[in-house]
Ligand binder design. Structure first.
Ligand SMILES: NC(=O)c1ccc[n+]([C@@H]2O[C@H](COP(=O)([O-])OP(=O)(O)OC[C@H]3O[C@@H](n4cnc5c(N)ncnc54)[C@H](O)[C@@H]3O)[C@@H](O)[C@H]2O)c1
Length: 414
């Protein structure tokens, strides 16, 4: 059983996945290894992630490892139908269609978990929430899950603290290889390529306000600087704010930044970061975008209420006209800009994140008897292993400690 838009689109989907695989040497290597060792033989693995070419190669790697793979998406907007068709053609169960209604999206997730998963690979805790509530009956055979977003990890940790987490979760987004490269460089680049493709604006000389200087925010700010923008950062964490300041950004509160910004990017994981009073202060023509997981960072309801008119430019850009005639532009309804507009992170960056997730799924399969119903940080060896494969693929050699150096670093006598 599968739910997808058009199975006939498979050829294009396969071509796109093959193209992306050329730039995913770590996933390719893992896929080849798992084809022989079959570490997930017979396991039912459900994924809820953006269905694109990179994710498609991850699903292929799980299948190569012997798993029965069930693919759902992480949001109704995050599905490429040709990739869904390509995966279906390769024997993967797919429950994902583009532009699904919220109701349909939920139905797809529920259909995917009807297989009674052993392992889940989640985004934002969507599968976790289902498997602890409406679909609890489908969670009897689950041995663990991995979660790729900060938002999802926070929720799993809150459940674990309350004693309400039914299975162990590995926080894959805590992996250095994911945060440093996928979140920082992947998100950093793709947020700007998406904003520029939808707006056709130039960044040089503009005031760019980045709310949140976490892993993603650093990448977004860094790339904006590289494109010649004056970067303003809004933060609530004093250490991150200091880091942003020393990195060359101007740090200030949103109440001030709102008056100065030409382009805004929220990437905090928090709600109401830009709200009514900020819209009122903004300059005519300001462009508002969100790169955080939920569409709650920019309060679109308040923007709607404040405006007297709205027009749509293309299918991803809306202009809100305020009472005084000022125009504010919102990209992708305030949803995750690089997923709604763009193609998601670059294959080279997501290569690392997906390699981490594949290894996490195998780690769960091999260690679940030792794991408690808690949230675990990713084992260091997985991070190192993935980084080594990536370095090898780039022909980069690094030094190794000699025995005497290793002893020196561990000792206090010498
Ligand atoms: N767009 C993408 O491709 C993509 C990729 C990965 C993660 N994400 C999402 O982006 C968000 C951020 O992820 P991250 O990994 O950078 O998280 P993070 O926790 O490393 O960083 C978030 C930062 O936002 C700050 N913050 C929180 N509330 C704030 C507020 N009200 N005002 C200003 N700053 C505030 C925090 O202090 C923190 O420094 C999450 O929702 C995550 O799921 C998006």
């Amino acid at each position: 059983m599968s739910l997808l838009k058009d199975p006939g689109l498979y050829k294009e989907g396969i071509k796109k996945m093959d193209w992306a695989l050329n730039y995913m040497p770590v996933v390719k290597r893992i896929l080849d290894d798992y084809k022989k060792s079959k570490p997930l033989a017979g396991m039912r693995v459900v994924t809820a992630m953006r269905v694109d070419a990179k994710m498609g190669n991850f699903a292929r790697a799980l299948k190569a490892a012997g798993a029965l793979v069930y693919v759902a998406s992480s949001s109704p907007q995050a599905v490429e139908d040709d990739i869904a068709a390509g995966l279906y053609n390769e024997g993967i169960n797919v429950f994902a269609q583009s532009n699904a209604t919220q109701e349909m999206y939920k139905k797809q997730l529920m259909k995917a978990v009807e297989c009674n998963p052993n392992v889940i690979v989640d985004t934002n805790g969507d599968l976790m929430t289902l498997l602890h509530n409406e679909c609890k009956a489908n969670s009897k055979e689950i041995i663990g899950g991995c979660e790729e977003t900060t938002t999802g990890i926070r929720r799993a940790q809150a459940r674990a603290r309350a004693g309400k987490l039914d299975y162990p979760i590995i926080a894959s987004s805590n992996a250095k290889c994911q945060a440093l490269f996928d979140d920082r460089y992947g998100t950093g680049q793709s947020v700007w390529s998406s904003i520029m493709s939808v707006s056709n604006l130039m960044l040089a000389g503009k005031n760019v306000v980045v709310a949140g200087y976490g892993w993603c925010g650093r990448g977004v700010a860094l790339r904006a600087m590289g494109l010649g923008a004056n970067v303003i950062v809004c933060e609530v964490d004093p250490v991150k704010a200091l880091e942003a300041s020393m990195d060359g950004c101007t740090v200030m509160v949103m109440d001030r930044a709102a008056r100065l910004g030409d382009v805004f990017v929220t990437v905090t994981g928090c709600k109401d970061v830009i709200k009514e009073e900020h819209f009122e202060m903004m300059k005519d023509g300001a462009l508002l975008t969100n790169a955080g997981h939920f569409d709650v960072e920019i309060n679109v309801c308040e923007l709607d209420k404040l405006s007297v008119d709205k027009s749509v430019i293309g299918d991803k850009l809306e202009t809100y006209v305020m009472k005084d005639g000022k125009k504010l532009n919102l990209v992708g309804e305030g949803r995750l800009v690089n997923l709604v507009v763009g193609e998601g992170g670059a294959a080279e960056a997501l290569d690392l994140g997906f390699a981490i997730q594949a290894k996490c799924a195998v780690y769960i399969a091999q260690n679940y008897e030792k794991l408690k119903k808690e949230v675990y940080t990713i084992p260091k060896e997985i991070d190192y292993d993935v980084a080594r494969i990536k370095l090898n693929s780039r022909n980069i050699k690094i030094d190794e400690l000699t025995d005497s150096q290793a002893a020196y670093l561990k000792s206090w006598e010498e």
